[in-house]
Ligand binder design. Structure first.
Ligand code: GDP
Length: 324
């Protein structure tokens, strides 16, 4: 089953939940070229973890489509250190946004998952069918369990009520609007900041966490936002769908690429007291490719744009954890 379908966004009201995060803000930028009305709610105006106010807000604003990009996210250390936030806040957001969307009759909902929902030792590249076939990577299981629950909610609402709710699983993302917190960010933002600061300080070495051997696939967030809009228009199924770039490299090679983009010329050191996380995480994106979607942004060019964005100070530099 391909899950192919068509949905016309023209004239629709599209609510982007989590529009200040890296993904939500990229989706808002991407939707600007669609003939639809984009709705957003400021955090001070609406706490999306609370179902009653969320229901009232949705009932008043009547979106046809909801993109659920609101989540508590962070890198390997943040996941390890804030298990309650990653599990409970994400579950609360999902229950509130998904149930309220159903209650007000939202036509299409797109839920954002993560490649960390798949088992630690999943067959590579990871097909959607690997879900729940083995134990999770312990460093991010709180977040993964919450995201699995969210995709199961979408399946359950589809099964019980026929709601057209879909789930999309991005690979590791990077780009404009990332969170540059030195300890709690994901590896692209962490290394952009660390190499930049080392360049300014003329530091002889930069420390990279772990052994440098884990393999990761990176996708630019503008490509991911484009995939979300593509899937809203072209995909309807209870199966989650993967979105990756196919750009896989070791953390050591990734770090060297970031160093080159930033213009840092010193040495790399590896801190093996820090966790590696899952050994390999390459998504099988053949289903979205089969529907006709392709990424556009090459890794080096995407990192150069992310670095330019960092220099402008538009990322979120100090948040402990943030939505993306
Ligand atoms: P993950 O894909 O869920 O493990 O998320 P991360 O982006 O946090 O980490 C990816 C990989 O990069 C892991 O193997 C980390 O150990 C490694 N890594 C190397 N340096 C850093 C760093 O400074 N911050 C983070 N978050 N990860 C790093």
């Amino acid at each position: 089953m391909t899950g192919a379908s068509t949905y016309d966004l023209t004239g629709k009201r599209v609510f982007v939940a989590g529009h200040r995060g890296m993904v939500g803000s990229a989706v808002v930028r991407r939707l600007a070229s669609e003939n639809c009305t984009v709705l957003t709610a400021d955090r001070r105006e609406l706490d999306l973890t609370k179902e009653e106010p969320t229901l009232r807000w949705l009932a008043a604003n009547r979106p046809d489509v909801v993109i659920h990009a609101a989540a508590k996210v962070g890198g390997i250390a943040a996941n390890n250190n804030f298990p309650v936030d990653f599990l409970c806040d994400n579950l609360a957001l999902e229950l509130s946004v998904i149930r309220a969307s159903h209650a007000v009759g939202v036509r299409r909902l797109l839920f954002l998952g993560s490649s960390c929902i798949y088992p630690k030792h999943a067959k590579q590249p990871i097909a959607e069918s690997e879900l729940l076939t083995g134990p999770l990577e312990p460093t991010n299981e709180w977040y993964a369990i919450a995201k699995i629950a969210g995709l199961k909610m979408c399946q359950a609402f589809r099964r019980q009520y026929g709601d057209d709710f879909i789930s999309v699983m991005p690979t590791n993302l990077y780009g404009r609007g990332d969170n540059y917190h030195p300890d709690h960010s994901h590896v692209p933002a962490a290394l952009i900041r660390r190499f930049h600061e080392a360049k300014l300080a003329k530091a002889p070495t930069v420390t990279v966490w772990g052994t440098g051997t884990p393999l990761r696939e990176f996708l630019n967030v503008e490509d991911f936002a484009d995939a979300c809009v593509f899937l809203l228009k072209n995909y309807s199924s209870d199966l989650p769908i993967n979105v990756g770039s196919g750009d896989e490299l070791s953390i050591a090679d990734f770090a060297r690429t970031v160093a080159e983009v930033v213009g840092y010329q010193g040495e790399l050191a590896f801190d093996t007291s820090k966790p590696d996380g899952t050994p390999r995480k390459l998504l099988d994106s053949s289903r979205i490719r089969g529907l006709g979607w392709r990424p556009n942004v090459a890794l080096r060019a995407g990192l150069a744009a992310a670095y330019a964005d960092f220099l402008k100070g538009s990322g979120r530099h100090l948040e402990v954890s943030a939505t993306r």
